[in-house]
Design a protein around this ligand. Structure first.
Ligand code: AMP
Ligand code: ZN
Length: 138
């Protein structure tokens, strides 16, 4: 796998930086976004370092797309959200802040339950409680 030792997501994949992982296989890893748009927001990251989807070999992109479908199903089932957004930024001009391809899966519920302003969990405990739900442990 292509690895960049200066990349934060490569470091997470290598276990050098902690993350709350919800899924891993040979090609992908999925973990919780540390600054969620909504609670339960996860990222799906290929183990191949490249900045944008146009830099990925086709077979890696196909595996990523299949992984996104699988993990979105896990998020929907385990959190019981009514819908979800799949979002993917390519390049700084498009809002990409981490230059390693990743797909956002953002659980959504209709207003008035939607917390538009939330960018932080209330506590580490709350983030861990969501992690347990995503792992199917409660
Ligand atoms: P983007 O703007 O598409 O590049 O999104 C990068 C995402 O990575 C943001 O939503 C960040 O909150 C998230 N992020 C950055 N560092 C970490 C980290 N160490 N663990 C989990 N998520 C992270
Ligand atoms: Zn990387």
């Amino acid at each position: 796998m292509v690895h960049d030792s200066n990349c934060i997501f490569c470091k997470i994949i290598a276990g050098e930086i902690p993350s709350l992982k919800i899924y891993e296989d040979e090609d992908l890893m999925s973990f919780m976004d540390i600054n969620p748009f909504s609670k339960g927001h996860v990222l799906v990251v290929p183990k191949y370092h490249a900045q944008t989807i146009t830099d990925l070999p086709e077979e890696v992109l196909v595996k990523l797309a299949k992984g996104v479908q699988k993990i979105a199903g896990i998020v929907r089932q385990r959190l019981g959200c009514e819908g979800f957004n799949v979002l993917q930024n390519n390049g700084a001009a498009a809002g990409q802040t981490v230059p390693h391809v990743h797909v956002h899966i953002i659980p959504r519920n209709p207003a008035p339950h939607l917390d538009w302003k939330s960018k932080k969990y209330d506590s580490d405990e709350e983030m861990h409680a969501y992690h347990k739900k995503l792992m199917g442990e409660e």
